[in-house]
Design a protein around this ligand. Structure first.
Ligand code: SF4
Length: 316
């Protein structure tokens, strides 16, 4: 691990200002991903700004009937919150499908959104990786790609986003609230928060340098039956091969988002009109234009079969 300096921030605006004027600075909260990356020298911050002391750990109702989740709310606390379990069960289910109990106790709402890909070549510093070292190439293209993306890929990167929580937030139409280094606030719809890789896979979100996530807000509850199903190589403590998060109303309409297929949680709103017609029709639109590799083409069929199971479960 490379040497770094450390300080505690006293307010969100101060943290953002500090980060923007300190070359190589990074925020740290739970540290469940960042510390691993620092030990491997994939992330090499020169300065850590500890945001754990900021009062961003509350879950509060919003005036329009939704919920505002502080950036520092731990994944365990969010999953267990009575209001979340009752009104946003998709979020609870997605959270509990991720990581392990110990990691969820430390991991925060904002950190979960910002976690880095688990592409094996990203973690192997002997291999070329445009995300880790821009311009170095992509060892996954033509390499071991079973886990990697089938949608929204580019010639530069075919990595997936690893978060389960983000898939639920995408289906729920969450908004990410931030503070910028000049102290102004911003609201970013979750659909625009994560980016596709394009030519710049190292730029993963819409955040500007120094911008700090302060909260995630959920609109008022949608009702319906909430199902999150994650398909993975072992029953727990594994990232998704694919996952399906769905909200299904009694008339069969609803929403669906996918994990494990793209560089961001994958949702195609136009496909949802076909939910009453069944999984085949929805999947055809969700995965239109897919560019799988030989090793991960199985994901296309797996999405359809998993969505079929999810819709059946939701309809009882
Ligand atoms: Fe790196 Fe992306 Fe290629 Fe993986 S898929 S090696 S993360 S550039």
């Amino acid at each position: 691990m490379r040497p770094f300096t450390y300080e505690r921030a006293h307010s969100p605006a101060e943290a953002a200002a500090l980060a923007s004027r300190t070359e190589g600075a990074k925020f740290i909260a739970g540290g469940t991903n960042l510390l691993d990356l620092m030990k491997l020298e994939i992330e090499t911050p020169t300065h850590l700004i500890d945001v754990n002391g900021l009062a961003l750990d509350k879950i509060e109702p919003t005036p329009d009937g939704g919920l505002r989740i502080g950036a520092l709310v731990r994944n365990t606390d969010l999953a267990a919150d009575e209001r979340v379990r009752r009104d946003y069960a998709l979020l609870t289910r997605a959270l509990l499908a991720g990581a392990s109990g110990q990691l969820r106790n430390k991991a925060t709402t904002a950190g979960n959104l910002l976690q880095r890909t688990r592409c094996p070549y990203f973690y192997d510093t002997n291999q070329p990786c445009n995300k880790r070292r821009p311009g170095s190439g992509c060892a996954a293209i033509g390499g071991f790609s079973r886990q990697l993306a089938v949608m929204g890929t580019s010639e530069a990167c075919i990595a997936t986003h690893p978060s389960d929580m983000a898939v639920a937030l995408r289906a729920l139409d969450a908004t990410v609230e931030t503070v910028r280094p000049d102290g102004t606030m911003r609201s970013i719809p979750i659909a625009e928060f994560h980016r596709l890789p394009g030519d710049t896979p190292h730029i993963e979100t819409a955040l500007a340098p120094g911008e700090l996530i302060t909260a995630v807000t959920l609109p008022k509850p949608l009702g319906g039956t909430h199902v999150y199903r994650k398909v993975r190589d072992r029953a727990s403590y594994a990232f998704a091969l694919i996952s399906v998060g769905a909200i299904v109303r009694q008339d069969g309409s609803g929403r669906v988002a996918l994990g494990g297929v793209a560089h961001k949680p994958w949702r195609v709103e136009a496909a949802e009109a076909d939910m009453p017609r069944g999984a085949k029709a929805v999947t055809a639109q969700l995965l239109a234009g897919a560019r799988p590799t030989q090793q991960n083409a199985f994901k296309l069929r797996l999405v359809e079969r998993t969505l079929d199971a999810v819709l059946n479960e939701a309809r009882g």
